[in-house]
Ligand binder design. Sequence first.
Ligand code: FE2
Length: 526
Amino acid sequence: MADQDRRDFIRSAVGAAATVGVAAGLTGNAVAAAAGAPAITDTVTRPAHGPARSAGTGGQFSPIRAEVTILDCNIEGKLPADLNGGFYATGPDPQYPMRQGNIIFDGEGHARLFRIRNGRVDYRTRWVKSERFVANDKARAQLFPMYRNPYMDDPRAKGLSRSTANTHVINHKGLILALKEDSPPVAMDLNTLETVDPVYTFDGQLPRDRAFTAHPKVCSKTGNIVAFGYEADGFGSASVAFFEIDKAGKKVWETKIPVPYCGLLHDFAVTENHIALFVVPLAFDPEQIKRGGIHWSWDKTLKSHLGWFRRYGDGKDVKWVQGPAQSGTHTMGAFEDAGRIHFDTEMTAGSPFPFMPNKDGSPPDLPGSVSTIYRISANLSGKTKGYEVKQLYALQAPLPKQDDRYNTMPYRYGYAACPDPTVALGEVAGSCYARMDVQNGTYELWNAGPKVSLAEPVFAPKSVNSREGEGYLLGVAYNLDQNLRSDLVILDAERVKDGPIARVKLPVQASPQVHGWWVREDQYPA
Ligand SMILES: [Fe+2]
């Protein structure tokens, strides 16, 4: 990989340690760029800071390209006796050097597991053996050289699933499903991470070419997986399929709706009775694709559209309201109350991914890519001119999470990695984990310091019946001053500001991570 490619790659991580620019809505290199200052680097070889989206802190997207198994990891501190289960994650780890113009979202998925049981921790990583990975491996070459651009494919890629399985993981029927939003899941063994089905269609209930979101929700009442797949009528089509799979794996509902245009639908919101989606102007760009570019470009001439419709219906009741060109990429929580739907998400004023092209050819809008936490609300009746937007937190947190038992119901707590907002503008802040109390508007932080990059955390309840927020916050800390040697940090989720109660000390850099998922001990097959 050329030096520039590697720098671009490292800078494309989403992270937390950054220079603080909350007041100006900037972070990391965005601050430096806006101030005319050189980009901040805290090591010579790893430019660790950058724009909130395109770079963050670099650590968690740095390639490793080696599968690792470590049994009985070293533990510092006391592992809680009631913490038993598995912390899974996936992230892009390019199998071959990336072509100029390609983006980190196209790296092949590398999954990992911290299996925690009876006071021991085993660490295991495996490439996700998708059809794409296996074909590349056989060819010893990259057959899919550009992000979601089939025109650029090698002929040997024809007919194969494009999934990189590099974005998120969930558990289902004793399997781990590795997800990429343009393809069906890849199913892996829950314990070994070996791939068991490279194109998992829920026993043929979904078409092999049906996309499956990287952010399905688990219904808080039924345990069903609620999911969607965009471009449901073919490449670039403006239609989205929605479906629900019960715990036994049976598809119990499906419908399809047209959307105003084919725009990025990375996440959505599900409440007890409704589904909401936010169509944003990171739009399908057929001309750019034909020129050999990536799938999307930011088209600021388009409006953002919030839509919602009833679950279990035919989707014909969908209502749409418009707002200015802006983006909301990751949902923290959603609920309905007194005839209104509330959709908590991180939002940006411009393109959330400045490393993707702007349709008008303008340079990246780094300040516009900084995300903070908002609540989007609308009257379910549709009798409203647009949607309402209210900032909940100025925390720069592009990957907010919640206790996943509350995906479809009113909730109180959110969690995220973010730079320390209390550090003065222009100062190098530490990388923090935050717990947000959205019912009273407060938050608390643990600051890991400026030499650490924290990946997105997961919440692990003490038991299936624990009250909301009663449990642990787990996340991977990449040590920027130790060549990215990593620790799994474990915090009491109700005392986040006290910092880790235990650290699992890896002797190596953890594999790359976008999103992670917790599997409780009671969810493992007996
Ligand atoms: Fe995501």
